[in-house]
Design a protein around this ligand. Structure first.
Ligand SMILES: *Cc1c(COP(=O)(O)O)cnc(C)c1O
Length: 440
């Protein structure tokens, strides 16, 4: 069993997170329950920033908050000096309600609405990551209307498709995001933005993939983007000050995953940037990164209560939990793998193999294909590790299941930061249909 961050098995043989007994958390807050190890999140945030400081380059580490968005995590991110990526008015609103510093908010997305861009102008956020030509038109118009200059990054697709353990380079990239770096689109976008007098082009952005375990794709992206910045400098006399290399650093979900230390990705990126900048006589730009999963993923653990079990003789044993694809869609969506432990019997011999099923009405609602556990009984608490990223944020009310509660644990204290949805919450947007007089 691999434990993360502050996790340990305590004297009662129970899983402990942040100094709190997981079985007591389950009893107090109910299950399914997301438990976040906030000390681990802080350590990850500090490690990224420390690496930049040691290399003596200017930087921003932006938490890609689609991984897990809530007022409380935005407040911790602000405390840790992180910047913040948002991709919708909903995430931006959450950030503003959290009191997140506006100048450190970056707005992403491939189809930002006028209303969303207006909100960005009105709040005076740090920058907009421009994705397409339509958005350049929208921004040009709004900048005139608001009579305000807005800082922008240009999102490009550098023709690198990074996968977990390798990458491929393609002449052009088939992606819904960003301007193609090779076919002239990025150059045209740059010129249009330069001509729009109220857009302040900070530099270039790319995000080459997710759950990446090797550094060469990041180095190559850095080379391509700095190369383009040097080319524009020579052609147009314009110096971009920011290079944003996105996120995608891999984490350990199961023993099959072998991630590098977060600092290694950053060190190699910085080295690549310095080399190309040196070769092309270009000033080393400020380097921004956007980790999501690698900041928050392994800080999260989901606690479930086991209910029904089913034996299919000669085939498999199922153990069903009180959540499933409604709080973690990644196994159904991408075949994602997870590891687990019985939180109330963390030291017992792993004698059985179970398929962990959710309670949704889909045969594909399975969280773990082959979980090694002691023989389980109803009422056991199953802890699924590494559910901090893209779990709660992708949760749904499928089958009208209520979304779970979220607690933060740190220094042997627990605090509820998202309350569990109630049955009333589930119908709170419903309206009756029928004759008006019947409704009144
Ligand atoms: C999703 C995303 C990230 C974060 O990706 P992780 O794999 O969670 O690190 C960063 N930047 C952009 C633009 C993204 O879309």
């Amino acid at each position: 069993m691999h434990l993360y961050g502050t996790q340990k098995v305590n004297g009662s043989g129970h899983l402990e997170i942040g100094g709190m007994d997981a079985t007591q958390l389950a009893a107090e807050y109910g299950t399914p329950l997301f438990v976040y190890d906030i000390q681990l999140f802080r350590e990850r945030a500090r490690a990224f920033q420390e690496t930049f400081k040691q290399a003596d380059v200017s930087y921003q580490v932006a938490y890609a908050s689609k991984a897990f968005s809530s007022i409380a995590i935005y407040q911790v991110a602000a405390q840790e000096g992180l910047s913040l990526d948002v991709v919708s008015s909903g995430e931006l609103y959450t950030a503003i309600q959290a009191g997140f510093p506006r100048e450190r908010i970056h707005f992403h997305g491939n189809n930002k609405s006028d209303a969303e861009l207006r909100m960005a102008f009105e709040e005076g956020i740090g920058c907009i990551v421009v994705d397409n030509f339509y958005e350049i038109q929208q921004l040009t118009k709004l900048a005139q209307e608001y009579d305000r200059t807005i800082p922008v990054l240009l999102r490009v697709t550098p023709g690198i498709e990074a996968h977990t353990h390798d990458y491929i380079t393609t002449g052009q990239e088939d992606s819904k995001f960003g301007f193609d770096l090779m076919n002239g689109q990025a150059d045209r976008a740059f010129l249009q933005m330069m001509q729009a007098d109220r857009l302040n082009v900070l530099g270039l952005h790319c995000h080459i993939g997710s759950q990446i375990f090797e550094t060469s794709a990041f180095r190559l992206a850095a080379e391509k983007l700095v190369g383009k910045m040097a080319e524009w400098h020579d052609k147009h006399g314009y110096t971009c000050s920011v290079l944003n290399l996105g996120g995608g650093f891999g984490i350990r979900y199961t023993e099959e995953d072998t991630p590098l230390e977060p600092s290694v990705y950053v060190k190699e990126m910085i080295e690549a940037v310095k080399i190309v900048a040196g070769d092309s006589n270009y000033p080393v730009p400020e380097i921004w990164i956007e980790p999501g999963r690698s900041l928050i993923g392994d800080a999260g653990t989901t606690l479930y209560t086991i209910g029904a079990t089913k034996r299919v003789p000669g085939i498999r044993n199922y153990a069903a939990v009180d959540g499933g694809m409604s709080d973690n869609i990644r196994p159904a969506l991408y075949g994602a793998k997870y590891s687990s432990v019985l939180a109330n019997r963390a030291q017992e011999t792993l004698s059985e193999t179970y398929t962990i099923a959710g309670k949704c009405c889909e045969s594909g609602d399975k969280l773990i294909e082959e979980a090694q556990l002691p023989a389980v009984t109803a009422g056991d608490i199953l802890a699924v590790f590494c559910t901090g990223a893209y779990g709660y944020s992708m949760a749904s009310n499928y089958n009208r299941l209520a979304r779970p509660a979220v607690v933060f644990v740190e220094d042997a204290r627990a605090q509820l930061v998202i309350r569990r949805e109630s049955l009333e919450d589930l119908i709170s947007h419903d309206l009756s249909y029928g004759k008006k007089e019947l409704q009144e």
